[in-house]
Design a protein around this ligand. Structure first.
Ligand code: APR
Length: 308
């Protein structure tokens, strides 16, 4: 049985812990926040939900990294969320410092954890965590693609009046307005989506997906947490259960898709070692151009981070 640490006990971190506890697949979850009482309170609240919802996962909260010792998986959600008018990139300096210091503190007590980054701007924060950690690249990666794909699938499900369960899709690129949805690789119970939805409708859904995070920031005054938290918990589940699930995940590319030294979302197989392998789809030239443009946009922000 495993130990999972979630750093940041705010909206997203508390949701990761809560959703993961409900899966009843890990022995212990430690919630860490600089505001220790907040982490303690949210952990205690979720532990008190256990008798109602029938799970045994034990939760504690703390601001002391000693209590995270020997974690198998660490999910990083610490940082400030996006406010209306901010792009994800505006968060870079504040959240990069937070992510870097969090990774260093984590590694004082856990020697070889798998780290899942959720803090934004996601692709660059994943890079920051990888750089600070010195861990193998298959052990440090970011959650964005499952969320973006879920938004796309949810919009399609509403449009077609079908269950979101039956919509399969993959999405690539950076976590932002340059993300690359792939209608060619989208099916509804095996039926190509292009047979069920006209081009204009599909394009409108793709555009809504790209700005899906911003839509929620506008509605709520802060960024989303239910779907992001559930998406990170699903990645933890795939690793703990060695499921070999195929998800779009933010990882470092070293030649795949003709791209190098950049962190972007691509389909991977997720199992007990984290990223077991990257899956290289055959993209057409338009898709390749979109992916290259998206990677270039991420690289620009990575360069900003490198110069900081
Ligand atoms: N160490 C631990 N926790 C920290 C640190 C730190 N150095 N700095 C900030 N935190 C905590 C805050 O105290 C807060 O409780 O991180 C938490 C962030 O929670 P919220 O403000 O509710 O933000 P949330 O909506 O959870 O988003 C967190 O995830 O999706 C991304 O864009 C989002 O980068 C943001 C992150």
């Amino acid at each position: 049985m495993s130990k999972v640490t979630v750093i940041g006990a705010g909206n997203v971190g508390a949701t990761v812990a809560n959703v993961l506890a409900h899966k009843d697949i890990v022995k212990e979850i430690v919630l860490v926040d600089i505001v220790g009482d907040l982490a303690k309170g949210k952990a205690l609240d979720t532990w008190q939900q256990a008798p109602i919802d029938n799970y045994s996962t034990y939760l504690t909260g703390t601001s002391d990294y000693k209590e995270t010792a020997n974690s198998d998986i660490v999910v990083i959600t610490a940082g400030i969320p996006r406010k209306p008018g901010m792009s994800r990139d505006d968060l870079i300096s504040t959240n990069a410092n937070i992510v870097t210091s969090v990774v260093k503190s984590v590694l004082e007590y856990s020697s070889d954890p798998i780290i899942i980054v959720v803090s934004n701007p996601l692709d660059v924060m994943t890079y920051a965590a990888f750089k600070a950690s010195g861990l193998a690249k298959n052990r440090v990666f970011g959650m964005a693609g499952i969320l973006d794909t879920a938004r796309y699938r949810a919009f399609l499900a509403s449009e077609l009046n079908v269950s979101p369960k039956d919509i399969q899709a993959i999405l690539m690129g950076g976590h932002g307005d340059t993300m690359v949805p792939l209608p060619r690789y989208t099916t509804v119970a095996g039926i190509p989506v292009t047979e069920l939805v006209d081009n204009d409708t599909l394009n409108a859904i793709v555009e809504r997906t790209k700005t899906g995070g911003g839509e929620l920031v506008k509605l709520m005054g802060t960024s989303a947490w239910y779907a992001p938290g559930a998406a990170a918990a699903q990645m933890v589940e795939a690793i703990i259960k060695n499921e070999n699930r195929i998800f779009p995940v933010c990882t470092q590319l070293n030649g795949e898709y003709g791209l190098s030294d950049v962190f972007v979302g691509v389909p991977v197989r997720l199992g007990k070692n984290g990223i077991e392998n990257i899956i290289e789809l055959k993209l057409d030239s338009a898709e390749t151009t979109l992916l290259k443009d998206s990677a270039a946009a991420v690289k620009e922000v990575m360069d900003v981070f490198d110069k900081m």
